[in-house]
Design a protein around this ligand. Structure first.
Ligand code: ADP
Ligand code: MG
Length: 698
């Protein structure tokens, strides 16, 4: 029944079907059924007209029409209705479809009106409200939680406002039988977690009779959504473990030990030790490692990666590390050289700007095994890059790379090498579980000792002079400064003008030869960028003006001030990344967020959050709440976007329960062959069939 085309539903027909398809992607009964309400209103509670305030997101009134007329000329022609209750009068207006509307309405009949009241010329009115005749049924308990559906102008024009959609839904749900909604969870899972059946849940999500019913319907649906994502991810992990052989690195040998005892310039933090141990166990286990190492900027991930690469070397395997930008790759190369300086090791770097001659040499060295550690950018992926015996692949800032790129690196040995993914963009636990739920994860949640927390302050434009004064003080102390300008694709031209104007102003405030300023942005050639970077690194310049090119990974410990211009235009995680460029040395570091006066509520919260905390995970939680998962990097291709009801910002507990449940099931039966687990296997297969369809909806 659920596959029936939507036009056959009572009250729909061909014309309405057309808009349902176009506007809401509703083609069948099933599609309609899974068009969940986005809100519920209590239809038994009414506001008096004289008590309306602008803060109310919507109001529900009960009263009669006192006057009704089409007024105005041409563009401003509209239906104006004066609606009265015991306390006062309010105007209702329709700018579209007013003739039709006028014919529907009658004076002297009691109506319920629902909509957002806005103040216009000191009086409240409601534009395009929902309006329906008051009937005794409306006041029955069913109406305490009336569902509200997303609609739109074109749908409303065809009578499919929220109310119209609800009527169709009523027609559909009244025909619904248990056999139409096959149960997707096993009896065991339902019983263990006291979940209601899928059939009950869809009925109740549309027409709940009480708060408790609504809650249990939501719970059940959210659980199912999250459970299947987890089951798919954890299954992937299990399948990998059972089918892919990993290289076994049994030894921790000369290289690692020598480095650890003779060259490591400091104690490892507790977190570094713990993660290194997790990696060692993985690489010695016989299964292929697929591990994600999460850790805030500056938490020392690079060092952990390096030491893991030494273990590969101790077992006669080569390793490589891939970074998303040339600057970062260069920096890793320098860092590795410094750390491993006195050891007898052949490290090479390969990037887009390596010359043909260099490439030839590197290719040969990789093939004969004389190069043991390779650092680079996307250039590593190219087919011409072949290894003698690649055993470990490290991918830095992994969210910048696609799955396909990782897979290509993986294919550079007959048997897939161990893979260590790193990310300095902390993401909330719930999101990590959903995005990277198939990976094992390690978290570095401790910074090296002695770091002073960065002081962050939000400055309005009025304080620019004070900011400049502060920068001068810092320069006198010998510190260096980053000043970052936004560069957004859509407004690229204007942004470059701002950057240039900002730079010109700085030249006036910080005139040469006393002061020197570097400038780095995407329009510069690689050599120019490098030249400017080098001047800054060598302390020949005190200020580096840049776009977000410097966002990722740059490590210059003497730079201790980060100024972000037009900070309101950056997302929280980007601001946090930028701030992470300072606070890397022994000096107190500062981050100054410059914004204009007019800030929206979201921007203000972003600035406040930055001022309040340096904790990347905490910041990522706020970010998730503000933006929702859809805008966060990496979510687009994941199951996250299929979630209809579950919310990763608020449903952490259900998610954890879903994951644990999926894990227990797979621990016992990873191929889902047991009779009681057939239901899961079937549904996973169905989902796979339906997937292309879903992505169309998303
Ligand atoms: P990440 O890659 O996590 O952003 P890095 O590996 O670049 O961080 O480390 C930041 C800085 O901290 C580097 O200069 C590094 O040498 C230093 N560092 C790493 N581990 C320690 C440690 N245990 N103690 C002191 N300094 C450390
Ligand atoms: Mg790093």
């Amino acid at each position: 029944m659920l596959d029936t085309p939507i036009e056959y539903l009572k009250g729909v027909g061909p014309q309405r079907a057309e808009v349902l398809k176009k506007e809401l992607n509703i083609f069948t009964y099933r599609d309609l059924l899974f068009h969940y309400p986005f809100r519920y209103v209590d239809r038994t509670k009414f506001v008096l007209i004289n008590q309306i305030t602008e803060e109310m997101p919507y109001v529900q009134l009960r009263g009669v029409i006192e006057k009704l007329e089409v007024v105005g000329e041409k563009q401003s022609k509209r239906l104006s209705v004066l609606f009265r209750d015991n306390s006062g009068i309010i105007e209702l207006v329709w700018f579209k479809g007013y003739n039709w509307m006028a014919a529907q309405l009658h004076m002297g009949v009691e109506y319920i009106v629902f909509g957002k009241a806005t103040l216009f010329k000191n009086r409240y009115n409601i534009a395009h409200p929902e309006i329906e005749k008051m009937t005794p049924e409306i006041l029955t308990q069913n109406s305490a939680f009336q569902s509200v559906y997303h609609s739109g102008e074109k749908l409303k024009y065809r009578g499919l406002d929220s109310e119209g959609i609800r009527k169709c839904m009523r027609a559909l749900v009244s025909q619904l039988q248990p056999q139409h909604i096959p149960e997707n969870l096993s009896q065991e899972v339902l019983a263990d977690h006291k979940l209601i059946s899928g059939f009950e849940a869809v009925k109740q999500i549309h027409f709940p009779e009480s708060a408790a019913q609504l809650k249990q319907a939501e719970n059940r649906i959210k659980f199912e959504e999250l459970f299947y994502i987890q089951l798919r991810l954890l299954r992937l992990n299990k399948v990998r473990a059972h089918t892919i052989q990993g290289f076994v690195f049994p030894r921790v040998g000369k290289m690692f030990n020598n480095f650890f005892t003779a060259y490591l310039p400091f104690e490892l933090t507790g977190a570094q030790k713990r993660v290194l141990k997790e990696i060692r166990i993985d690489m010695g286990s016989g299964r292929q490692m697929n591990r994600l190492m999460q850790g805030d900027v500056g938490s020392g991930k690079t060092l952990v990666a390096l030491m893991s690469m030494l273990i590969a070397l101790d077992n006669d395997f080569q390793s490589c590390i891939m970074a998303p930008t040339e600057i970062l790759a260069q920096q890793h190369f320098v860092t590795f050289k410094e750390f491993l300086g006195q050891m007898d090791l052949n490290i090479a770097i390969l990037t887009g700007s390596s010359t043909t001659k260099e490439r030839k040499k590197i290719h040969a060295g990789l093939l004969d095994g004389s190069i043991t550690i390779l650092i680079g950018t996307h250039a590593l992926i190219e087919d011409t890059v072949q290894f003698k015996n690649l055993g470990l692949v490290v991918i830095d800032e992994q969210h910048r790379f696609g799955v396909a790129q990782r897979a290509k690196l993986s294919a550079k040995n007959t048997q897939p090498p161990h893979i260590l993914l790193m990310t300095a963009t902390p993401i909330p636990r719930t999101l990590a579980m959903t995005l990277y739920g198939d990976l094992d994860t390690s978290i570095i949640d401790e910074l090296p000792p002695g770091r002073k927390p960065i002081k962050t302050q939000h400055f309005l434009e009025t304080k620019r002079l004070r900011m400049i004064g502060f920068l001068k003080e810092q320069i006198i102390l010998g510190r260096q400064i980053y000043i970052v300008y936004p560069l957004i694709k859509e407004s690229e031209k204007l942004d470059y003008q701002n950057l240039q104007a900002g730079y010109d102003n700085l030249l006036l405030e910080f005139p040469p030869p006393q002061y020197q300023i570097s400038i780095v942005h995407g329009k510069l050639k690689h050599e120019q960028k490098d030249f400017e970077m080098q001047r800054f690194i060598k302390k020949e310049t005190q200020i580096m003006v840049a776009t977000t090119v410097i966002e990722v990974g740059v490590n210059i410990p003497n730079a201790s001030v980060m100024v972000v211009e037009s900070a309101e235009r950056f997302g929280l995680s980007q601001l946090h990344q930028l701030r992470g460029r300072v606070g890397r040395g022994a000096d107190q570091s500062y981050c100054i967020l410059m914004t204009g006066y007019k800030l929206g509520a979201d921007s203000r919260l972003r600035m406040e959050t930055m001022e309040r905390t340096n904790d990347g995970f905490e910041i990522s939680e706020v970010d998730l709440k503000l933006r929702g998962p859809g805008d966060i990097e990496g979510t687009q291709q994941s199951g996250v976007m299929d979630l209809k009801l579950a919310n990763l910002a608020t449903d952490g507990q259900i998610l954890q329960l879903a994951r644990t449940t999926a894990q227990l099931i797979l621990d016992e039966d990873h191929e889902l062959l047991l009779e009681k687990n057939k239901v899961f296997q079937n549904h996973l297969q169905n989902q796979n069939k339906n997937r292309p369809n879903w992505s169309k909806v998303g």
